[in-house]
Structure formats: C-alpha cells, structure tokens
Design a protein around this ligand. Structure first.
Ligand code: KIV
Length: 271
C-alpha cells in the first residue's frame, strides 16, 4: 500500500510547518508520469520538474537550451502521476528575465499542475519574486551554484568559498525570503556556510551539494538511480539503487536516509 493512502496532498504552508516540527523535507526531480507515481507512492514530499531535464532527458551539456514549452509539458505529465507530492516547476533560462515574462510562464506551469515555481538567483530576480507572490504564485528561490549561470561562472563550480562571496550568499538568502519566497534551494555551497544560512533563514532550505545542515535535500532522479547521463557525477551524488534493490526501494532508501539525517554525510559535502 502507498505510504500516502491516508495522507493528504502537500500544501505550501505545510513546508514551514514541517521545518518547525523538525521534519526534514525530501525532494527529487522527475519528468514523467510513471516515475512520478513511483516517487509519490514511496512518500517523496516534493517533486521538482527541473530544467536539469535538458541534461538528463534531452542530452544537452547544460540546462540553457530548455524552453518554457518543455517545462510545461513535463509538469503536466508529472502532475498526472503524482497526487500527493508538492510539484515545483523550474523556470528555464531566460523565461524569468522580467516579472511579466515570468508571470506568463508561471501561469502555464500552475495550470499544468505545479503548486510552486523555482527561479535561480537574487539581484533583479527579487522584483520578480515579489511580483509573482503578490499574484498568488508561490516561489522557491535557488542560490549558490545556479546552473543557468554556467557561462558566467565558467563551469559548474562550488560557490561561496571566498569571504565576499559567502557574505553575498548570506545576504541573498535573507533577501529572497524577504521578497516572499517560501522555500530556498542551496546548491554547491560549503556545508558550514549552508548550515549557517539555514539557521538564519526564515524559510526552509533544501540542499544539494550543501551538506547535512539544510532542512531538506534534493537529488536529480537519474543520479539517485546511478544512471549514466554522460555527465561527470559531482561528489554529492549517491546511487541508492544498490541498497534499495529496486527503483521504489531506492527512493524509499533515499527518503529514509534524508529523514534520519544519514544522507548526506561529509563524504557528499564540500568543506
Ligand atoms: O533543475 C534541477 O534539477 C535543479 C536541482 C538540481 C535543484 O535545479
């Protein structure tokens, strides 16, 4: 029987309640209805229809070629498969360049079945966060190693190592929450800095390559299943298929490890 048999669907206010209750949040990326059903039945809290689909589904070298149509299409598919997990749709590169553009894309994602949208960065994006939240669209922010900045960063590099960069990250984390974001993904950030940001953050944080001190964790589904996508695997990735024994077992093993605080460890974190 599904772990959700008697549980209602996740809502946005429940994210803060989970944090207050000390319950770690589990998130995975997903792009289709069948995997969404497996994730939902295994008790995943949050499903991200990430623009990582450009790299793990479409075979590109970065997330930059992904279009709004792609995210809307995959969000609709995931929404047909997952009824309980909270679905978060990712703005692809360029689609959130202005508040108005972001709003047009977000309406498509919400109508496709998402309950929240995710955008990368702070700076001029703060205005977009405010614009969306004022128009009843919940927002997840994403800071640190933001893959859409790959050209500017010169690769996928851990962020916040230098003192000035760490200070900017601390300030940006507070600013996105102040602008109205309800959730914050921290990617590729040294574990002590992510823990410090989490302790100061008024909203829950979800880490990926950000150590064990966040309020929850996210992994790309293909990485959790050990699928060779043709890209280098970062150190924060763990293949859960071996210990899980099946796809559903791998998702359950991940969920249990995140909730128990046994994943990630220092082995999967940056110092
Ligand atoms: O697109 C994605 O999968 C993401 C996660 C890596 C957080 O943004």
């Amino acid at each position: 029987m599904s772990v959700h048999a008697e549980q209602k669907s996740w809502s946005v206010p429940q994210l803060a309640q989970a944090r207050d209750a000390g319950r770690r949040l589990t998130m995975l990326t997903c792009y289709d209805a069948s995997f969404a059903r497996v994730l939902d039945d295994a008790g995943i809290d949050l499903i991200l229809i990430g623009d990582s689909l450009g790299m793990v589904v479409q075979g590109h070298d970065s997330t930059l070629p992904v279009r709004v149509d792609d995210i809307a299409y995959h969000t609709a598919a995931v929404a047909r498969g997952a009824k309980h997990a909270l679905k978060i749709a990712d703005f692809p590169f360029g689609s959130d360049a202005t508040p108005e553009q972001a709003h047009a894309a977000a309406v498509r994602f919400i109508q496709a079945g998402a309950a929240m949208v995710k955008l990368e960065g702070a700076g001029h994006k703060l205005e977009t966060i405010r614009f969306l939240v004022e128009r009843e669209i919940p927002v997840c922010a994403h800071l640190g190693l933001t893959p859409q900045s790959v050209l500017k960063m010169g690769g996928f590099k851990v962020q916040g190592r230098e003192q000035s960069a760490a200070e900017r990250l601390r300030a940006d984390a507070l600013a996105v929450a102040e602008a109205g974001a309800a959730l914050l993904v921290l990617e590729g950030v040294p574990a002590p800095l992510a823990a410090e940001i989490t302790a100061a953050s008024p909203i829950p944080t979800i880490g990926i390559g950000a150590g064990p001190g966040c309020d929850g964790q996210v992994l790309v589904l293909h990485d959790l299943l050990g699928i060779d996508t043709g890209h280098r695997k970062p150190k924060f990735v763990k293949d859960f298929l071996a210990e899980g024994g099946s796809i559903a077992g791998a998702v359950r093993a991940y969920t249990e490890a995140v909730r128990a605080g046994t994943f990630p460890t220092s082995e999967h974190s940056y110092a």
